[in-house]
Design a protein. Sequence first.
Length: 313
Amino acid sequence: MALFVPAEPGPPEDVRTWLRTIGGAESNVACHLPGLGVSSGWVSAVGDDPFGRAMVREIAAAGVDVSGVAVDPARPTGLYLKESGAQGSPVRYYRAGSAASAMGPDVLDRVDLADVRVLHLSGITPALSDSCLELVRALLAAPRGDTRVSFDVNYRPALWAAGRDVSLLAELAGSADIVLTGDDEARKVWGTGDPAQLRALLPGPDTLVVKHGERGATLVERDAEPLFSPALRVDVVEPVGAGDAFAAGFLAATLAGADPLTRLRRGHLQAAATLLTHDDVGAPLEASVVDSLLTADAESWAAARLTGTGVMA
């Protein structure tokens, strides 16, 4: 979707100048991955309008393959406004009847998944419309071969308040190979945010990641003990988009065959880069910072603090 953030201070009703950028859970993940050395493609639909053309151009400029994006001549590109703040950012969506909400299982007819290593989905898509729900179900039911399906719960109360059964998220997540969820949204979907209890409720996926906000994240692999990694301390500018960044970092490290702690730390580092910006996709951290923190001992990791000017310890 097209994303607008305030370009001047003050309450949103007084803001007259807004900065247009891009946003959306799946496209955010796709845009992070090329910078992490992983090729990615984004499949969606946009309207035949300036916002749609800008989105496709800018996502492609991030190194993402956009050949799977359809242009809908009858429906508009969705957009949303973000009222930025370090403690939280109210988001107002304008995507009813958007091009993306009209997607359905026929998307599989124009997308080749044969050489895809990870197919990343989110719980936002099935909440958009009945046809989008059927698309996600079709993707989860399709033969996978060597492809792993990643599902980020991404519970959005406003979407599920429209008469939709939030238990659908539990059903869809249970069919994935990798599941990422915040403990707060897990309580809404499964009734618990405890990693061990969630693991028992999700026997199907090989990998479960439970994010605990600024505390950190827990990884629970099949037949393995839970592993907790604290988050980095960050001078937060604005938090929206950090979950997508974490997913990208974690998936990139997973594809590289990294050990469990490195996979979690990669997620935290990518999230930190986004927490330092108003945008949904932040500028990458310096390679030297990433390398030093990935190999830091527990004490050094805990002592580090990321700011807009670098790392403080």
